[in-house]
Design a protein around this ligand. Structure first.
Ligand code: 1CP
Length: 368
């Protein structure tokens, strides 16, 4: 087996394991000489080697094949030298595993055959057990062996974002049916989200128990809600999902898009790290969240289409701001866009890796 780092898992003495990695340390608010860097959606469409591997294999099927999952997860680690791997799967994989009839349609996303809109529909959402996703456990174990000291991040979709796909039946811009159910039948909404929180929590736990070093809860679309609604309709369920791994000592990252107004509430439900999209600066985000949490982010994925000089300036600003937070994990403000030049991602990683050798520039020098 060819590991992606020099460290072999066999001589993985406790001083160099993934638990001592920059990622885990930054999440624990013990920042190193530079931030760790990885990218949401780093495994996938922007890589030609991904596209050739996936040819003729439907997305859901590829998520159920540990050999493919392992290879796709490793591709960006090899190519870019990122400081963490993100498990290749999808937020709807655990829903399919409990028997929801859905597909991931190329160019569209998850599509649910029979949306969940009435009380009787809840019967189709049975609890998830690790036994229902043996391919996840197997792939995580294979990956941990291959990755050596590089940490693997497990993930799940948060109840609100999962509910949106289930209620709408597919991707949605305004989440109108989801909000109609949430505001119109609060009891049914909470019953639905309790089931989703169990599924989401069990999916996180399966990955952490198999050896993932950190987990991320994606509440991608929750920025569609004002804070009062977040606290009333969503927070208890995201807390339940994150609580499912509270005893496993893996740092938990909690991310959503357009969540500037929700950051403190998202921090409060039980995450060590709060993901920040590109609409709020890291300094402001950290001020809103407070000293007890690290932050992750937040280069605009669309900025990667600008000339390198513009990208470099933005990366340096984000790193400088991150140094003023309790802990910083460098990432994009949302996932890698499909047409991104992978070479730009590699350059961002190289730049951040070089920054540990440069004297630290004070923010005031840059007029921030
Ligand atoms: O590198 C990685 O991040 C790899 C694994 C990964 C992750 C973490 C995939 C593979 N999906 C996800 C999470 C995911 N899936 C989220 C949360 C992250 C985010 O906000 O981007 C969401 C909302 C989904 C749902 C989903 N699955 C969409 C979005 C649809 C919409 O509503 O706009 C899409 C396009 C998919 C399919 C999918 N998932 C992953 C890949 C590589 C793909 C494309 C597959 C293909 O068509 O070949």
């Amino acid at each position: 087996m060819s590991g992606v780092t020099n460290a072999s898992p066999l001589d993985d003495v406790s001083t160099t394991g993934p638990r001592e990695s920059l990622l885990v340390q930054a999440a624990r608010r013990n920042p190193g000489a530079r931030p760790p860097v990885w990218f949401m959606r780093q495994a996938g469409r922007s890589l030609p080697e991904y596209r050739s591997l996936r040819q003729g294999i439907p997305m859901l099927e590829s998520c159920r094949r540990p050999d493919l999952v392992t290879e796709i997860t490793l591709q960006p680690v090899r190519r870019h030298g990122v400081d963490a791997a993100i498990f290749f799967s999808d937020i709807v994989v655990p829903l399919a595993a409990v028997g929801i009839d859905l597909d991931i349609v190329p160019g569209v996303g998850p599509v649910v055959a029979q949306p969940i809109r009435e009380r009787a529909d809840l019967d189709r959402l049975i609890p998830l057990d690790a036994d229902a996703v043996p391919y996840v456990t197997e792939a995580v174990q294979m990956l941990v062996a291959e990755l050596g000291e590089t940490p693997l991040i497990g993930f799940a979709g948060a109840p609100f974002t999962l509910a949106s796909y289930l209620v709408e039946g597919g991707p949605s811009k305004n989440h109108e049916r989801t909000k109609a159910l949430m505001y119109g039948d609060e009891e049914l909404w909470h019953d639905l989200c309790r089931r989703l929180a169990q599924i989401s929590g069990a999916f996180l736990r399966t990955q952490a128990a198999a050896g993932a070093s950190a987990v991320q809860l994606f509440d991608s679309w929750v920025g569609a809600l004002p804070r009062a609604d977040y606290e009333r309709y969503v927070a208890p369920h995201s807390r339940q999902a994150l609580g499912a791994v509270a005893d496993l000592e893996v740092p938990r990252i909690h991310f959503g898009v357009g969540t500037g107004e929700l950051l403190p509430a998202m921090a409060a439900v039980g995450a060590e790290v709060v993901g920040v999209d590109f609409r709020v600066s890291l300094a402001e985000a950290s001020r809103r969240i407070g000293p007890d949490h690290a932050v992750q982010g937040n280069l605009d994925p669309a900025a990667l289409f600008a000339p390198w000089e513009a990208i470099e300036a933005r990366v340096r600003t984000i790193v400088a701001e991150g140094r003023r937070t309790p802990g910083h994990v460098f990432n994009l403000g949302h996932g890698v866009l499909p047409d991104t030049d992978p070479g730009m991602l590699t350059r961002v990683v190289d730049l951040i890796h070089e920054l540990s050798h440069e004297p630290q520039i004070e923010l005031s020098d840059q007029g921030i």
